[in-house]
Ligand binder design. Structure first.
Ligand code: PMP
Length: 296
């Protein structure tokens, strides 16, 4: 995958520069310790023009992630949104994945960062998990314990756990992993949240041991609009395996159905599930085909 070419422009500390000319220090605390925070945002080519979906929510989460990690955040959110629209324009991108990253200055100590940089880049990216129903396995890796880190922060270092889980799943021939939390409840996928359907209702793990997904929050609000009962509660691996259907959701993955977990195949036909309804409605929402925003 080529993320940029000689014409690509990125945003770095208030300036737009050519991506191949951007430089960073090899002595950064971020590179050595995974001490950085980031976001994953999508822009859609809607009939109202290019629209960044939930831009404010994403940049607010970036700020909150920085605060939790004692990383300075000397940026104005409205300005960052404005610069992100400019970035898309400069790169002639209409449908794009946007990656802001706040990273730290050279420092080999384990003390909090005092100096930071922000870079924002964007590229065209299809649905992260593709468009086929996912064959998944329960990972042997757990999500980080909330007593070991702030799991609600989107911190770079947390993604080592995600890489290990995805690598293990793919190594065993699955498409993706599902990680349990420290109490052996279902937590989330390496880069997406999970919902299950059972007897006409949706269930999803509560906040606390997972990343508070912006797509997850959107799905919960869509359920209210669509009059679908959605319950936030702890779910066991058996609850998942005995579900009628299940799906992942996330900015990069969007809404994607799950075919099976380990050897258990979900009985419902995907197109007839609540997940499929949510998938269609989510697409209509991000493309502004229906103005659900007025309702939710
Ligand atoms: N969980 C994890 C671990 C993630 O990396 C992501 C992607 N940011 C999500 C859930 C989904 O979050 P969002 O809907 O905000 O993209």
């Amino acid at each position: 995958m080529q993320y940029y070419d000689s014409a690509t422009v990125l945003y770095l500390d208030g300036k737009f520069i050519k991506a191949p000319e951007a430089k960073t220090s090899l002595y950064s605390q971020s590179l050595h310790y995974g001490y950085a925070v980031f976001e994953g945002i999508r822009a859609y080519n809607t009939h109202n023009g290019t629209r960044i979906f939930k831009a404010k929510e994403h940049y607010e989460r970036l700020k909150r992630s920085a605060e939790l990690m004692h990383i300075p955040f000397p940026y104005d959110i409205n300005d960052l949104i404005k610069q992100t629209y400019k970035l898309l324009e400069k790169n002639k991108l209409k449908d794009a994945y946007i990656r802001p990253l706040v990273y730290c200055a050279p420092n080999m100590t384990l003390s909090p960062a005092t100096e930071v940089s922000i870079m924002i880049c964007a590229w065209e990216w299809g649905a992260y998990l593709g468009t086929q129903l996912q064959k998944v396995c329960i990972s042997s890796y757990q999500r980080p314990n909330p007593k070991s880190t702030h799991v609600e922060a989107k911190a770079s270092g947390h993604y080592i756990n995600s890489i290990l889980a995805t690598t293990e799943a793919k190594g065993k021939g699955f498409d993706e992993a599902i990680l349990l939390d420290m109490n052996n409840n279902i937590a989330e996928a390496p880069g997406a949240n999970i919902f299950i359907e059972k007897n006409g209702k949706l269930y999803t793990p509560p906040l606390g041991n997972i990343l508070a997904g912006i797509t997850r929050a959107t799905v919960i609000r869509l359920c209210k609009t669509l009059d679908i009962e959605c319950i936030e509660k702890h779910l066991s691996a058996d609850d998942l395996k005995n579900a009628d259907s299940a799906f992942f959701c996330g900015t990069a993955a969007e809404v994607i159905g799950i075919a099976s977990v380990d050897e258990a195949v979900f009985p419902a036909i995907w197109t007839e599930t609540l997940g499929a309804t949510i998938q269609r409605t989510y697409k209509a929402l991000v493309l502004e085909k229906q103005n659900y925003e007025v309702i939710i």
